[in-house]
Write a protein that binds this ligand. Structure first.
Ligand code: TMO
Length: 301
């Protein structure tokens, strides 16, 4: 036994002194920020469990989804698994310009985040998905809270900041009301469905919602950089952001991270396990990994 321990130490020492490429990951925990929509939470746990399978230690912290890029840049947290172009490109780019953060991987998924309605809404307002038709139907979306104006139910305030700006730029007869949580958005759609009431709200794809409520995005003027009167990107990216110090501190984990790439169906399924099946995000991650060994095992090996 003694002999064997000696050999192991010898091997470890050799690795450190002869080849930086073989350097071991730091034993410090990799800190993964958790946001407020289901696929991001499940994916964070999937990536965390992949790291743990390599022997890394992992910690999760709740984080604001805009200021997180500054936190990654400074190395306070170490990655963010779902950088959505529509909601977060501006904050991500601002942090990249300051330095300390980069895209470690790009998911296969093509994303869209924008004003959206379930199909029964179109029966009441047949000119949809055109934004001008929506505007003419604004009164159908009025609530006691919004008076004469239609209600656009936005997501939590840390997602997209540009809804008020777009309402003003296009002179829309809508008032923006932000939901407190993603769950509040789904509860409102379910309530509107029971009474066949028109509703327009923030939604995104990939998400579980598309399998439950067929619907469409409102077509605003096509996205252009810097345009205040335009929609969000209709074919947006989804990236993984990482702290610049990560490759040096956890080379093994970082190497795996650069291979991670999920597609639309996989991400929608992560959300479904939580929002439809009611699993805890951590259990959803475990279940997803059991069902999809062929997807993630090659990234780890
Ligand atoms: C950031 N999100 C995916 C909820 O639009």
């Amino acid at each position: 036994m003694k002999h064997r321990a000696f050999l192991l130490i010898g091997v470890a020492t050799m690795a450190i002194t002869t080849s930086p490429a073989l350097a071991a990951d730091s034993s410090d925990p990799i800190i993964i920020p958790i946001h407020n929509w289901s696929s991001q939470i499940v994916m964070s746990h999937i990536v965390g469990q992949m790291f743990e399978s390599l022997g890394n230690s992992v910690e999760f912290v709740s984080a604001d989804s805009q200021s997180v890029y500054e936190a990654v840049r400074l190395g306070d947290v170490h990655l963010q698994v779902e950088v959505w172009e529509g909601a977060f490109a501006a904050s991500f780019d601002a942090a990249r310009e300051r330095g300390g953060i980069h895209a470690a991987a790009v998911h296969d998924a093509v994303t869209r985040e924008d004003w959206w309605y379930p199909t029964w809404t179109k029966e009441a307002c047949p000119g949809l998905p055109d934004w001008q038709a929506l505007n003419e139907c604004a009164a159908m979306f009025a609530t006691p809270e919004t008076g004469d104006r239609g209600r656009f139910l936005g997501g939590p305030v840390d997602w997209l900041k540009n809804d008020h700006i777009r309402v003003e730029a296009l002179d829309l007869n809508f008032a923006v009301v932000n939901a407190g949580s993603a769950a509040a958005l789904w509860a409102e759609v379910a309530a509107a469905e029971r009474t066949n009431t028109p509703i327009v709200l923030f939604n995104w794809t990939p998400n579980f919602a598309e399998a439950v409520w067929p619907g469409e995005f409102v077509e605003f003027p096509a996205w252009e950089e810097g345009c205040k009167a335009c929609g969000n990107p209709a074919d947006g990216y989804l990236k993984i952001a990482a702290w610049d110090g990560m490759p040096e501190k956890w080379p093994g984990a970082y190497d795996v991270l650069t291979r991670v790439s999920f597609n639309n169906a996989q991400i929608a399924e992560m959300a479904r396990l939580v929002d439809i099946e009611g699993l805890d995000p951590e259990d959803a991650a475990t279940a997803w990994m059991e069902e999809n060994q062929d997807v993630w095992q090659p990234w780890v090996n």
